[in-house]
Design a protein around this ligand. Structure first.
Ligand SMILES: Nc1ncnc2c1ncn2[C@@H]1O[C@H](COP(=O)(O)OP(=O)(O)OP(=O)(O)O)[C@@H](O)[C@H]1O
Length: 428
C-alpha cells in the first residue's frame, strides 16, 4: 500500500470531468464520489460511456477538463507503480502478447510491488498462487493466455488483478463470458474481498437485477452524463430506466427476497401473433430507420411515404420490405405519388410523422396527417417540427399548429411514441 493517500478521502472522486478520445468527447461534466469500501455498479445503455468512465477513473485516459482523484491523490499525477497498487482493472477486451503463459501473466500483477527487474519472493509466489486458486485458474498455469476461452481469460485477468492487491477493483463487464458456476464464484470473491478487506469495487454491468442485488449504489450513465446516482431503489425506477434505455421496462420487488428485478416485455410464444395494426410513417432523410425497426420488432405492419428514391429511409424501407410510395430522386412530391400515399395512409390505423425536416418539396406529406385526423385516426407528430421548417412563411410550423389544435399528439422519444400507440390501440 502506498503512502500519502488521504486517510478519509473517497476511493474515487470525479469533479466535473469531461473526457473521451481524440476529437470525440464522450463524458460531459461528470461528478460523483465512491467511498472506500463501497460496491458500486455503473449501468447505462450501449455506448453511453461506461468503459470510457472506467478508463478515465483508472487514469488510462486523461480528462479534457475536470479532475479525477484516487484515494485523495490526483489520478494524472500518479506514477504507474503507485497507480497499480491503488487500482486494478479487469477490462472488457483482454489483449496480451501471445507468448505469455497464465502463470507469468498473473505474476505480472505483482510488478508494482517487486519492480520491473526485481525477483518475486516467497510471499509474491503465495499471493499469485492464492489468486489463481480463488479464480480456479491454477490448472491453466502453463497454458498460453491467448489460447484460452473467453471465460478462462476473464478469470485469469481477475487473478492478475487480485495478485496486484489494489485498493479499488474495476471490472468492465468482466463476468459476461462466465458460465453460471464461475460467475457465482467470481461475484462471491468480489463480495468477500469487498466485505472482509474493504476493497472498493466498481462493476460495469448490463444486468440491472444483478447490479441491484450486489451494489450499495448504482451510477446510471446516459449519453455521457450522470442521469442518476443512488441506492438501487432510488435509481431503478421504471420511468427513468424506460426513458434512458428507450424501451418499456418493469421493476418488481421479489416477494421472498425483497430484491429488485428489472425486466422487459418479451413475446415468448412459439409463434408471435400478428398485431394486425398498421402504422403509416411520414419520414425522410434517415429519420425513419430506427422507427421502422422498432415498429416491426413490436409487431406492427408499417407503410411509409412519400419518400424520394435513394433517400436513406427509402433504402431502409426496401431492405425491410415495407410498402412505400417513392417519388423520383431529388424531386418535389407530385400529385400521383401523393394520391397513392393518401390511399396507403387511409388503410393504416394511425399516422406517425418523424422528425424529418420540411421544405416546399415534402410539405404536402403533412396533409396525410390532416387527412388521417379528419378520418378520426390518431396522429403522432415528432416534437419540434417548427424548428426544422425550411418552407416559405413557416408553412410547416403553421400546419403543425393546426394539426395539434385538431388533436394530434407530440412525441419526443420512440419509447414514448410506442407507449402512445399502445394506449391508443387499447382505447379503441
Ligand atoms: N478508442 C476510441 N476511440 C474513439 N471513440 C471511442 C473509442 N472507444 C470508445 N469510443 C466511443 O465512445 C463512446 C462510448 O464508448 P464506451 O465504450 O465508453 O461505451 P459503453 O457505455 O462502455 O458501451 P457498451 O455498453 O457498449 O460497452 C462510443 O460512442 C464509442 O464508439
Amino acid at each position: 500500500m502506498i503512502e500519502h493517500t488521504q486517510a478519509h478521502s473517497p476511493a474515487l472522486s470525479f469533479a466535473d470531468v469531461s473526457s473521451g478520445y481524440r476529437g470525440r468527447e464522450v463524458l460531459h461534466g461528470v461528478s460523483f464520489t465512491v467511498a472506500e469500501g463501497e460496491f458500486v455498479s455503473l449501468i447505462g445503455p450501449n455506448g453511453c460511456g461506461k468503459s470510457t468512465l472506467l478508463k478515465t477513473a483508472a487514469a488510462l485516459i486523461r480528462p479534457v477538463s475536470g479532475s479525477v482523484s484516487l484515494f485523495g491523490r490526483p489520478a494524472e499525477r500518479l506514477k504507474a507503480a503507485d497507480r497499480a497498487s491503488l487500482v486494478g482493472v479487469v477490462p472488457q477486451k483482454i489483449e496480451s502478447p501471445m507468448a505469455f503463459r497464465v502463470g507469468e501473466l498473473v505474476m505480472n500483477g505483482r510488478i508494482s510491488s517487486i519492480g520491473l527487474f526485481g525477483r518475486p519472493g516467497a510471499a509474491d509466489e503465495d499471493i499469485v498462487e492464492r489468486a489463481m486458486i480463488y479464480t480456479d485458474v491454477l490448472s491453466l498455469r502453463d497454458r498460453y493466455f491467448m489460447e484460452l476461452s473467453g471465460g478462462e481469460q476473464q478469470r485469469v485477468a481477475l487473478a492478475m488483478v487480485l495478485a496486484q492487491e489494489p485498493r479499488i477493483i474495476m471490472l468492465d463487464e468482466s463476468i459476461a463470458h462466465l458460465d453460471i458456476n464461475h460467475r457465482q464464484e467470481v461475484l462471491q470473491i468480489l463480495l468477500n474481498i469487498n466485505r472482509e478487506q474493504r476493497i472498493t469495487v466498481m462493476l460495469v454491468s448490463h444486468d440491472l437485477t444483478l447490479s441491484a442485488q450486489l451494489s450499495d449504489r448504482l451510477l446510471l450513465l446516459d449519453n455521457g452524463t450522470l442521469a442518476a446516482d443512488g441506492t438501487p431503489q432510488e435509481v431503478l425506477r421504471p420511468e427513468l430506466l424506460s426513458r434512458i434505455y428507450n424501451c418499456e421496462l418493469q421493476v418488481r420487488t421479489d416477494p421472498w427476497s425483497g430484491e429488485l428485478q428489472v425486466s422487459g416485455d418479451l413475446v415468448t410464444g412459439r409463434r408471435r401473433k400478428a398485431l394486425d395494426r398498421r402504422i403509416h410513417v411520414v419520414a425522410g432523410g434517415g429519420s425513419g430507420i430506427e422507427l421502422y425497426r422498432r415498429l416491426l420488432i413490436e409487431g406492427y405492419e408499417v407503410t411509409t411515404g412519400v419518400l424520394n428514391k435513394l433517400d436513406s429511409d427509402a433504402e431502409a424501407a426496401r431492405a425491410l420490405h415495407l410498402d412505400a410510395v417513392l417519388e423520383q430522386p431529388f424531386s418535389a412530391i407530385g400529385s400521383a405519388c401523393y394520391r397513392e400515399a393518401s390511399v396507403m395512409a387511409g388503410a393504416a390505423d394511425m399516422v406517425v410523422v418523424t422528425d424529418v425536416p420540411f421544405g416546399s418539396g415534402n410539405l404536402v406529406n403533412l396533409s396525410l396527417a390532416s387527412e388521417a385526423l379528419s378520418a378520426g385516426k390518431p396522429v403522432f407528430l415528432a416534437e419540434g417540427i417548427g424548428s426544422r421548417d425550411y418552407t416559405e412563411g413557416n408553412a410547416a410550423g403553421r400546419k403543425t399548429d393546426e394539426l395539434l389544435a385538431d388533436g394530434a399528439v407530440t412525441w419526443s422519444s420512440i419509447h414514448e411514441l410506442l407507449v402512445h400507440l399502445q394506449k391508443s390501440f387499447q382505447s379503441r
